[in-house]
Design a binder for this molecule. Sequence first.
Ligand SMILES: [Zn+2]
Ligand SMILES: [Zn+2]
Ligand SMILES: [Zn+2]
Ligand SMILES: [Zn+2]
Length: 387
Amino acid sequence: MDSEADPPETENPPKRHKCSACYKQYKKKEHLIEHMKISYHSLHQPRCGVCQKHCKSFESLREHLTGPLPKGLCSTIFSQQGCQLCLSLFDSAVSLREHLETCRLSSPAPMGTDAMPYISSQIDNLDSCDENGPGGRPRAIAMDCEMVGGGSDGSLEICARVCLVDEDENLIFHTYVQPIIPVTNYRYDITGLTEENLRNAMPLKEVQEKVLQILYNGESTGKVLDGGKARLLVGHDLEHDFDCLKLNYPKHLLRDTAKYRPLMKTNLVSHSLKYLTRTYLGQVNFFLEFLSALIVSSSAFCFLYDIQSGAHDPYEDCISVMRLYKRIRGQIHKEEGYGTLTSNNNIGESDCWQSEKVSNLTPDELYAMSRSDYRCWCLDLRPNLAP
Ligand SMILES: [Zn+2]
Ligand SMILES: [Zn+2]
Ligand SMILES: [Zn+2]
Ligand SMILES: [Zn+2]
């Protein structure tokens, strides 16, 4: 049924096989099937509010909507009714303006390094007041660590500071950490830390216990696999934090803004937290950003949400990852007809695509068979998933 011939006339173009999700077109049906096998399209992919095209990442959706080579009609409509931050589309310019009041966030006041060396005022409250969030879903905690350098060239990573923040942006734990080997570089420009900060700091072992106490939230390690009371942990490149803390936490409870597919630059490369914060939480536009860079001291530009412009502040970073997580978790995605995520959700890796029937399916039916290869954070709000 494929026509290999050149299109004879425009009124009667050769039949193309078009992907229902990303609109890529193929001359041959089997090429479309091949494409579906490896695309993992789903209702959870970032999508254009105008044409409903599915994109692999928010970054590619942003390109589709705003350029450098934006799609004509989509970009015209989006430029009038779309939010540059979360990329949602609104019915009118008025509702967009209302939305922006809540979507554009200002950065929190940094904690600085004058803060008390150790804060954990609310740990006790946590245990009694919120076992789980509304609907029995697990509550999330954001964590950030700052590292100083050890070894002869200062390249060994030593955890020197840990900060944990809850979903409501309350600081629940902050401490400086006693270096486990001699510090050869305090990386002052980045960490703002000096020898003074780490004098009398908390020993690593004690820090580990505190962190685990907060994360496991009274849940036994064995039961964590089914969720229970243990918390979801939000962070940016958590693996690195855990390496330096010399800790482990179950992978299925991690929500990592550096590893979450739709937030990544490519399949393998992450965006920086600084980039994600400006782009998704508070960047107004490139022109204003450019101006603000010129007029650094002008208070007129203080609405730009920018972190890490000086020393990294673990509290600010925690707030950023938590806000990113909540923004993505709050996306409204239709529930799939096939029920909730299970271990065999990934049909793309099963035999289903091999079966002979597949070649007779329409593009829409192929799309209906396709499953995501990552777990969308919107599922964290679905009560039927919280055991
Ligand atoms: Zn596609
Ligand atoms: Zn989703
Ligand atoms: Zn579009
Ligand atoms: Zn928005």
